[in-house]
Write a protein that binds this ligand. Structure first.
Ligand SMILES: Cc1cc2nc3c(=O)[nH]c(=O)nc-3n(C[C@H](O)[C@H](O)[C@H](O)COP(=O)(O)O)c2cc1C
Length: 170
């Protein structure tokens, strides 16, 4: 039986959703039954053998949907192989060096014994919600800094670990 993997995400402007989809796609290519879902739509983690949770960064915190998700499902998540990611920096920094998790995400990592966390670059483009977003855009700080080569490489590492971590997968 192939492993079932959930990639749950919290997003406001959709860019983290696309990262989650890219991760799920790599996992599917590797034979896992992976699905990317908005975190609030997940009723239960019970059907999944492993979970990846990602959130956009807003004012130094994970997206509220990602925070609520890990709080609500903490027991089930602590019993499963778990990976976390954040998406935020609107500059090339995330492609150039490892960016540590924000403090709240670090706590979640420790509490739930997550295997790894990675920060990917973010995206902010015209049409983003909120006046702060519009101000950032007006100051010329927008753009798409997501590195899909790095995202897919990370997903491939997860796939390799799943091959040993999830019973029934080889
Ligand atoms: C109001 C606002 C606050 C933000 N705060 C942060 C932040 O604290 N750290 C960071 O790295 N990126 C920050 N960003 C950039 C976002 O994390 C980035 O645009 C991300 O890709 C958004 O994800 P989403 O499209 O899935 O909502 C901020 C963006 C906005 C609009």
């Amino acid at each position: 039986m192939p492993g079932r993997v959930l990639v749950a995400y919290g997003t406001t402007n959709g860019s983290t959703a696309q990262i989650a989809e890219a991760i799920a796609e790599v996992l599917r290519e590797d034979g896992a039954a992976a699905e990317a879902l908005p975190a609030p739509s997940v009723e239960s983690v019970a059907p999944y053998d492993a979970v990846v949770v990602g959130g956009g960064l807003y004012a130094g915190r994970w997206h509220k949907d990602a925070r609520r998700f890990v709080r609500r499902h903490r027991r089930a998540l602590a019993e499963r192989p778990l990976w976390l990611f954040s998406s935020g920096p609107l500059d090339p920094s995330a492609s150039e060096r490892d960016i540590p998790p924000v403090p709240g995400v670090r706590k979640t990592m420790v509490r739930l014994d997550a295997r790894e966390h990675v920060t990917f670059g973010g995206r902010l483009e015209e049409g983003a919600k909120g006046w702060v977003a519009r101000m950032i855009l007006r100051s010329g700080k927008g753009g798409d800094f997501r590195d899909f080569t790095a995202i897919e490489a990370w997903a491939a590492r997860i796939a390799a670990e799943l091959a040993t971590a999830v019973p029934g997968r080889s």
